[in-house]
Structure formats: C-alpha cells, structure tokens
Write a protein that binds this ligand. Structure first.
Ligand code: ZN
Ligand code: FE
Length: 255
C-alpha cells in the first residue's frame, strides 16, 4: 500500500488528515485547524505538503493555513462557491469535479448544510471520503447556514457510497453523539455494540475517527430517517425522510 493516512488531533477536538503517497511523493493535508501538530509530523516524516484541501470556511478548519504556507508551497483546493470567504484558492472546485493528488483521483461533492459551500471529497480507489462537518462519526454537523432539506440531500449522496468506505470527519464528538443516538434509536443492537466500543476507545484516549460508512449506515441516526423503528419512535410514520431528518437534527440541537 503506497498510501499512508494519518489522523492529526488539533485544538481541543478537531482533526486534520494527511494522505501521503510514497510512489509519487504527494502529501494531501485536509483542513488546517492549527499548523504546529501537522508540521511536527511532516518534518518527522520528511514529507512536503503538496496539496491542501479546505472543506469549509470555519476558522477551526482554515486558520492554520498561513503557518503552513510559510514553509510549504501546496496547491490549495476549496469550494469555488465559497472562494470569497476562504483563504486564496489555487484550485476552486465544484460538485462533480475531479481533483488529482498525484495519481490519486478524488470526486468532489457539494455537501452544504453545516455551511453553504461545504465540500466532501471521495477517493474511490483508496475507498476513503473526507467529510469534515457534514457526515460525522455517529452524527452530522449543526445546520449553521443550510436547511434540513439541504443537509439531508448532502448526506444522501454520502450514504450512496460503498459500505467499505472509510469516513474521515472533522471532530471528536462521537461519545456525545452516541449519548444522543440511543434516545432516537433505542432498540438498535448494532448501535449498542458500537457505543460499547466508542466508550472503550475514548477511555484509552483513542480517536473514534475515521469510521466505517457501512457501520454509519447501520448506527448513525442522521443517515437513518427512513428507518421504520426510528420513525415510529418519533411518531412520524408518514413524514418525508427530510422531515424526519430535520426532527432528529433539532432534537440533537436541544439535547
Ligand atoms: Zn465547521
Ligand atoms: Fe468544525
């Protein structure tokens, strides 16, 4: 396997990611909450940051970029629709675009909802997707700018990816997400099983990110508004999936 993926804990609960390809020497950095922990790994590995992907405009995903640019000269990639409020982009991208990181090809998805202009990138051959604050481990991002309909349409695109996909999301919120998930999906054995593993991981300080998309489909309530038991539990048997999603999201906001 020529690819090395590293999860970099940043700030109090953010994650940045490094995807290094030993065959062509490229290193993709996904989001920049702060530069120091990223540069520590880069210098220990002797890598050069050749590409930076910015998933959305929030400060906790972009604010470390100037300190990266002081030492590296990457191609900075981000949403064209959000270029006015992102750092200067070398490669503005839109939904459906393909980006090349050396020999690796990523498919760009607009996943608006948390913000308008949030993007996710799926690398089909590597079986990974970078989702930041759209789809998260057992959760999804808060709707700061978009509507429930928009976020549900965004999550539906991600839900259509293969079960084997590894999901790299932006925060360590999983334990809090787990406490909420059981309140809307109390009789799901796969969820109970996952929560036990999450508690074990967090007790030993192990990240719960990345996660597996197949397991998200079985356990993440934000991917399951069409589940009959969740609908019954919420008293919404004949609502649309987007309406049920919106109800789950607003319950989480008030949890
Ligand atoms: Zn955010
Ligand atoms: Fe964030």
């Amino acid at each position: 396997m020529a690819f090395e993926l590293i999860t970099v804990p940043c700030l109090s609960d953010n994650y940045a990611f490094l995807m290094h390809n030993a065959d062509d020497g490229t290193t993709l950095l996904v989001d920049v909450p702060e530069a120091a922990p990223i540069l520590d790994i880069i210098s220990a590995k002797g890598w050069d940051i050749t590409h930076v992907l910015l998933t959305h405009h929030h400060p906790d995903h972009v604010q470390g970029l100037p300190d990266i640019l002081a030492n590296h000269h990457p191609i900075v990639i981000g949403a064209k629709a959000d270029a006015h409020r992102l750092p200067d982009l070398d490669q503005p991208v839109s939904d459906g675009d393909h980006i090349a990181i050396g020999s690796a090809v990523g498919d760009v998805y607009d996943v608006s909802g948390h913000t308008i202009g949030h993007i996710a990138v799926h690398f089909a051959e590597q079986d990974i997707v970078f989702t930041a604050d759209s789809l998260m481990a057992l959760g999804c991002g808060r709707l700061f700018e978009g509507t429930a309909e928009q976020m549900w349409s965004s999550l539906s695109k991600l839900r259509a990816l293969p079960d084997t996909t590894t999901v790299y999301s932006g925060h360590e919120y999983t334990l809090a997400n787990a406490r909420f998930a059981v309140t809307v999906d109390p009789d799901n054995p796969a969820l109970q099983d996952r929560i036990a593993r999450i508690e074990e991981a967090r007790a030993s300080g192990t990240p719960t990110v990345p996660s597996n998309l197949g397991e998200e489909k079985q356990t993440n309530p934000f991917l399951r508004p069409d589940d009959p038991k969740i609908r019954e539990h919420l008293g919404m048997p004949s609502s649309t999936d987007a309406e049920v999603f919106g109800k789950i999201r607003s319950r989480k906001d008030n949890f």
